[in-house]
Write a protein that binds this ligand. Structure first.
Ligand SMILES: [Zn+2]
Length: 169
């Protein structure tokens, strides 16, 4: 509980997924192709391409550079992705998809995520006693049951499969 997760918004300059408290909006002038701080510069409505998200550091770079966003797409660095629970809780990108939910109960942790390139689908990834089980489930119920079974039966657990079958019968 209490972990902060990246928003789906990405930095326009480096393509990093942004933490909610690290988002700066800059407005793009489509005549000059320059970004500016909408609180300080007024862009006529017909010249505005709208506002875009930047990380605080990149926003500073862009403004210092006269509003030029000098990173091209090919220069963008891929953000680190991980299944390390401590890093996931610290806001790193998750290996398997965009995080849409997180629960930590006792020795169990479950991340709900939308797999990259499979929009709309939701999956659940589990940790037991801080250890990545490397397992993904299609429902929160199945993920929870698997955590308990994993704890008592280890990696070759199947008590959860019997349990789920009994519940759903
Ligand atoms: Zn950035």
């Amino acid at each position: 509980m209490g972990a902060i997760f990246p928003s789906p918004d990405r930095c326009q300059r480096c393509n990093e997924q942004l933490m909610p408290d690290n988002i700066v909006w800059l407005e793009l002038n489509n005549k000059t192709n320059l970004y500016s701080d909408p609180a300080k510069v007024h862009i006529a409505e017909e010249d505005s391409q709208g506002s875009f998200t930047f990380g605080a550091t990149c926003a500073k770079h862009v403004l210092k550079n006269g509003g030029i966003c000098q990173y091209t797409y090919s220069m963008r660095r891929p953000a680190e992705r991980t299944t390390d629970l401590r890093k996931v809780k610290a806001g790193f990108q998750f290996t398997w998809g965009y995080i849409t939910g997180f629960w930590e109960v006792g020795e169990y942790a479950i991340v709900q995520y939308e797999p990259y390139n499979r929009t709309g689908e939701q999956m659940y990834h589990t940790w037991v006693q801080g250890k990545d089980t490397s397992e993904g489930y299609m429902s929160l119920d199945a993920a929870l049951a698997s955590c308990i079974a994993y704890k008592y039966e280890g990696i070759t657990h199947h008590g959860d499969a019997y349990f789920m079958r009994a519940m759903l019968a």
